[in-house]
Ligand binder design. Sequence first.
Ligand SMILES: Cc1ncc(COP(=O)(O)O)c(C=O)c1O
Length: 318
Amino acid sequence: MAEHVAATPVLGLGQWAYDRGGFVRSDVPHLPLGTQALHYGTGVFEGIRSHRAASATVLFRVHDHYERMLRACRLLRITAPGSVEHLVDLTVELLRRNNHDGDTYVRPLAHKLSLLPGTPPGVGLTGVSDAWSITSHGFAAGRLAGGIRCAISSWRRSSRDAMPAQAKITGGYVTSALACDEARAAGYDDAILLDGLGNVAEASTANIFAVLGGRVVTPPATGDLLPGITRDTVITLCGESGVDVAERALGPAELITADEIFLTSTGNGIVGVHAVAGRDIGCGTTGPLTRLIASRYDDVVRGVGGAHPEWLTTVHLG
Ligand SMILES: Cc1ncc(COP(=O)(O)O)c(C=O)c1O
């Protein structure tokens, strides 16, 4: 069984942040108590990783992250400071300024801020100003490499007709927080959430894959789950490695009898799940197919072997 895993992935906050139109010292900005997103959850965010190599750091699929975020902003009527390219440029500039020693986690956040003059108080998306920030944090890689144990949560993943699943909306993460809290209180590392029909949706902040008889199965992207960029990367890498992937409904009974299970997310990469709901998965360790895909993924995000240069953005540091 995996040891219980500490819950704090993010290390130091970089000295500089992008905040509402300019670069500022990251310890200075503050938000008014009336910040609308704080009250109503009307914000969207992304999590982007960069990996340090010599005098450069390499961002992984940063354009895809900002495309997803801009679509989420349109949903919440938040005006972005510019195009995907402009946001990538801001991120590159931020990483140059912060010059972290190792790998980083970049957190863009866009949200509703203050009521515009003449707008009556209340919940809404118009008549409210917007704010955009980007911070970068040092990040400890491989934190969950030893595998994790998951509970099956009593909290269900919201249906996409109640909470849009394709956007990382701040308010929606209350379900993840409740599920994680419940799982950790019971001694697990993370929670797997079912959808309203009782099928497996995803983990608290990661997509899920099961290996069943040599075939990889993952719930469909059209279900009640965030269609992750890492999920998409893994499906591509499986195809290139000759591993068959089926995107189909997955029940909890199939899950607990799977040969292997792994989670995928930008923050933690590919993480082996060693037990679910108190039952060992396979031999209770990270299985061979998970190890194969994890090693392919680690190479691709660091540019090792030269595969998929279109996913990499190199930031030359001073
Ligand atoms: C709810 C949820 N599902 C899945 C993921 C994985 O998405 P990605 O691979 O794009 O990081 C995340 C990432 O934070 C998430 O919050």
